[in-house]
Structure formats: C-alpha cells, structure tokens
Design a protein around this ligand. Structure first.
Ligand SMILES: [Zn+2]
Length: 319
C-alpha cells in the first residue's frame, strides 16, 4: 500500500502542515501560530506535539508514513538537520530539528530552506508540471528562489539559488546582505516602493502615485501595480523599471540553466499577467537565442500551498 507524506511549512507567523499521498494530493491540512517566545524554544516541541496529536486524531500510525519534510527560514544544514540564524523565529543558535522530530514522532525527517521547498512544490505540482528543469523566483518581503535541475534542488556548497542576491545593478541600492544592486532591493515588495520613491523625485508630470508619495501616504507594491494598471504615468515607469531588473535576472538564469520554465510567485506576482508580460519582454532581450525559444516564463499556481507540498516531496527520498 502507498504510504503518506507529511509536509511542514515553518514561517515566522504560522506553521502549516499537510498530509499528502505519494502523488502529492493533499488529504488533510492544518496550521497554528508560531510561538517565537523564549528564543523560539517552543517551536520544535509544538511541531512534534501537533503532528502526534493529528495522527492520533486521524487514527494513523508512524509506519504509515514515508517521512516528514519541512521548509524552514534561516541557514539549513541538510545532513545534520539543523537550522541557524532564522531571525524571524528568534533562532539565533543552531537548532536540532531533525533529531528531535525523529525521536519524538518515530518518522524519518528531511529539511531544506523555505524558498527551495516552495520551488520543489511548484516544480512538482504547480506551474513546473513535474518537469526536471525548473527555476523559481518568489517576490515577497524579500526575493527568494530555488533551482531544480535533473529533478533535484541545486545546493552548490549550500547557498545556490540565492536569486534575490543576483546583482542586477552595479553600485545600485544597498542590500541587507551588504552588497549593492541585488535583485531583492528592486523587486521585493519594499524594493518596488523604494523604486517608486526614487523615480518620484525626478518625476514632474501628472500622477496619482506621485501625489500620494508627496502627501506622505503609505504606499505598497500593490498600490504601485494597481495604479500602473490604471495607466498612471509614474506607476508605469516604476513597473517598467522593476520588470527590467526581473527580466535581466530571468535572462541570466535562463542563460545559465536553460530550464523549461522560470516560475514567478510570491505576493508581488499577484499583479499577474500585467507583471509577467513585461518581465517576459525584457527576458527575451537578454536571453540567448536558443534559451529564448525553449525557456518559458510562468506565474506560480500553488500560492500558499507550495511550501507544504514541496516540503512533503522531500520525504519521497525515504522511499
Ligand atoms: Zn543582497
């Protein structure tokens, strides 16, 4: 009989869980708020307790599961199953995640970085259509990403797939990583607003966005995209600039990896085809001719579920 998978998506505000079949169909899901008090000391015990509670509730035994897979923020040591430097969880020191979860649930456990896991989810059950060559970019409060090649995540020596820190503008905006001109500084939700503020300074024409910024109103990337869709001149300039950098990044990813698809997800991607078509125009400018023909740009399909689905797929390695 086919075994089940458990996917865990650990985030700074909620922890999401799902029980899936080996084919990736979600059968049960639940979530609860992340308790980051006491240096995040409650997080792993809470996860273990919640899994054991739900297995009990559904009358399931550990033997019925192939494994548990989890996506986590911070720096993940894949072999040791530990996480360090996950500041939104208050995890400053190394956390023994794998050891504790395996001991307490009696189920095999695998872990990877949250953006990598979302990439696996989209590659397996989302826009990637289970193709073996897929790149994924997520545009949220930061810009993350993951690269799947030959069906496996690329890790390099640990930090591969840091698409957000691809430099798209030498001497550009200062990034939280200490470098200048990273994609994240332009294409994250905060990056879009930063571009808007900068372009507004030199902009002299008629624009609702310009007036809102000058008035000191709170601007979000969604407002910028919505105004651009309404033909706001400054809004369109901001979107064009952001899409130029995204297209440049996608062109370079395509030229390096030639995946079948580069999938764009995350909050900013809610702008949909309006965003995608503009990124694609720039991508086609920068992509190598054969890449231009073979690599397709797509919008993510799984939304919030990419994390639990991709995390669960980590457990397929225990087959
Ligand atoms: Zn950076």
């Amino acid at each position: 009989m086919d075994k089940k998978l458990i996917g865990v998506d650990l985030g700074g505000t909620t922890i999401k869980f799902a029980i899936l079949t080996e084919k990736g169909e979600i059968q049960q899901k639940w979530s609860f708020e992340t308790n980051i008090l006491d240096d995040g000391a409650h997080i792993v015990p809470d996860i273990v307790e919640s899994i054991n509670h739900h297995l009990n509730l559904y009358g399931m035994e550990p033997e019925q599961f192939l494994g548990i897979g989890m996506g986590s923020p911070g720096t993940v040591d894949l072999e040791a199953g530990t996480v360090t430097g996950a500041y939104n969880l208050n995890w400053k020191t190394s956390q023994e995640v794998k050891k504790v979860v395996e001991e307490e649930t009696k189920i095999s456990f695998a872990i990877d970085n949250d953006a990598n896991v979302a990439a696996l989810g989209e590659q397996w059950k989302g826009a990637g259509e289970n193709d073996k060559e897929v790149a994924f970019i997520t545009l949220g409060t930061g810009v993350g990403g993951g690269l799947v090649s030959n069906g496996e995540l690329l890790h390099g020596l640990g930090a591969a797939g840091e698409i957000g820190h691809m430099v798209v503008q030498p001497n550009g905006y200062l990034c939280t990583c200490g470098n200048h001109g990273c994609l994240e500084t332009y294409a994250s939700a905060t990056g879009v607003v930063r571009v808007a503020r900068d372009l507004a300074e030199e902009f002299a024409g008629d624009s609702k966005l310009k007036s809102a910024l000058d008035d000191g109103q709170e601007i979000t990337s969604k407002i910028v995209f919505d105004l651009a869709k309404e033909d706001d001149l400054l809004g369109k300039m901001v979107v064009d600039r952001v899409c130029y950098y995204l297209g440049l990044a996608c062109g370079n990813i395509g030229n390096l990896l030639n995946p079948s698809s580069i999938i764009i997800g995350g909050g900013v991607s809610a702008a949909g085809v309006f965003l995608l078509s503009r990124v694609e125009k720039c991508f086609l400018e920068f992509a190598f001719p054969t890449v231009r023909k073979s690599t397709k740009l797509k919008l993510a399909q799984l939304g919030n579920e990419a994390g639990v689905i991709g995390a669960a797929s980590l457990a397929l390695r225990f087959k």
